[in-house]
Design a protein around this ligand. Structure first.
Ligand SMILES: [Fe+2]
Ligand SMILES: [Fe+2]
Length: 172
């Protein structure tokens, strides 16, 4: 398995971002997407390396917080540029990362557990912009289940509630 220096990668991507520090698509969103993805992966058995890379790259090239149609493909392009320089990944998994970044705003469901886990990890953080995730629009069964439960949680508490789930569902 590749060893990736995620801290160094995150620092580079963050330093080279195109949006401001307070963006709703900034670092706290990237971190929450990573958390959501790893929570989902306990049931979806997605590839954790691809998930963590998706969290860093998917919104990395946004130019503003509004409707920025091409930000997914631009995030994928940054992954292409940094592959072999700041991280490495075999071709099959790399293509999943690329597709997940490219399609995260346009494709509801891919059929691939890793890509679908990426999609749901992002969608489960909609509460930060006061949108309640729609269970019907989730790509994985576990994502649908979590989104259903979120219907009863105040939107500003969604992140906090998701953080409790790893203890409730998977006690140590
Ligand atoms: Fe995005
Ligand atoms: Fe996102």
């Amino acid at each position: 398995m590749e060893s990736i220096d995620f801290a160094a990668l995150e620092e580079y991507i963050y330093e080279n971002r195109l949006i401001g520090e307070k963006s709703v698509h900034g670092l706290s969103h990237w971190h929450q997407v990573e958390f959501n993805a790893l929570l989902l992966a306990k049931k979806t058995h997605a590839d954790e390396t691809v998930l963590r890379l998706f969290a860093l790259f998917h919104d990395s090239r946004r130019i503003h917080d509004g409707y920025d149609e091409e930000h997914g493909p631009r995030g994928a392009e940054l992954a292409v540029q940094l592959r072999g320089k700041l991280f490495d990944l075999d071709e099959e998994r790399f293509q999943k990362l690329v597709k997940a970044c490219q399609m995260h705003t346009v494709l509801p469901f891919s059929g691939d557990p890793t890509i679908d886990t990426c999609f749901d990890a992002d969608r489960l953080d909609l509460g930060r912009v006061y949108v309640v995730p729609d269970p019907q629009k989730m790509a994985t069964d576990f994502g649908k289940k979590l989104a259903s439960k979120l219907q009863n949680v105040p939107v500003e508490k969604h992140r906090e509630w998701l953080r409790t789930q790893s203890f409730i569902i998977f006690p140590t």
